[in-house]
Design a protein around this ligand. Structure first.
Ligand SMILES: CC(C)(COP(=O)(O)OP(=O)(O)OC[C@H]1O[C@@H](n2cnc3c(N)ncnc32)[C@H](O)[C@@H]1OP(=O)(O)O)[C@@H](O)C(=O)NCCC(=O)NCCS
Length: 176
């Protein structure tokens, strides 16, 4: 499959303190190390809320996550410059099941940048990109103690329902 980098999805997001983050589709060839740096320095709580388990993220796993094709596997990263060096501070992604048009969405903002409005804006932007790429419904599984994402995701229009069997919330957003 010929993969074309979707430059049209590049944008800039402003944080509450005025810092600007450059948001763009993940570039596997240049982002592996920066993405690993972000995931390997998350707090235990953030790691848990993102993956709903405490397994440490390995370099191998991050390499798998870099295998995006901007079609059924899409990832957007937020980048800031720290001491002249580019740093990935957030990663938002969705994987589409082509048979149903449903896509699971997940997001993480590095602890050092949480509470600055970036999670809300990046998620909002990811929804916009998902809509443009033909996703019919977005969904996510959330820990019941993750009050922050439950607040954010409801604010962005998702319905949130308790799934008794797995003890998690499922958030749902129809896009079409
Ligand atoms: C959830 C997450 C993506 C949010 O990103 P963020 O940049 O920290 O969030 P924002 O600054 O955009 O917004 C936070 C909102 O939550 C609210 N909030 C914070 N703590 C809260 C709490 N305990 N209960 C309810 N709302 C809370 C804030 O008031 C703010 O809402 P407002 O803008 O309406 O005032 C980020 O915290 C994160 O990466 N968490 C760990 C991973 C995760 O939970 N991923 C989601 C599952 S895939």
């Amino acid at each position: 499959m010929h993969v074309v980098y979707p430059e049209q999805f590049e944008t800039v997001i402003k944080m509450l303190d005025g810092t600007k983050a450059f948001v763009r589709p993940l570039k596997p060839a240049v982002d592996k190390d920066k993405l690993y740096e972000m995931y390997s320095t998350l707090s235990k709580e953030t790691n848990y809320y993102r993956f709903l388990n405490y397994q440490p993220v390995t370099r191998w796993i991050v390499e798998q996550w870099c295998e995006v094709n901007y079609d059924d596997k899409m990832a957007l990263v937020a980048i800031v410059k720290v001491n002249g060096e580019e740093k990935i501070i957030a990663d938002s992604r969705y994987y589409i099941d082509k048979t149903t048009g449903e896509a699971e969405i997940a997001i993480v903002v590095h602890d050092d940048y949480q509470g600055q409005g970036i999670g809300t804006k990046l998620l909002e932007y990811t929804i916009e990109v998902a809509r443009k790429t033909g996703v019919k419904t977005l969904y996510a599984y959330l820990s019941p103690t993750n009050r922050r994402i439950i607040h954010v995701i409801k604010k962005l229009g998702f319905t949130v329902k308790w799934v008794h069997d797995i003890g998690e919330y499922k958030a749902n957003l129809p896009l079409q």
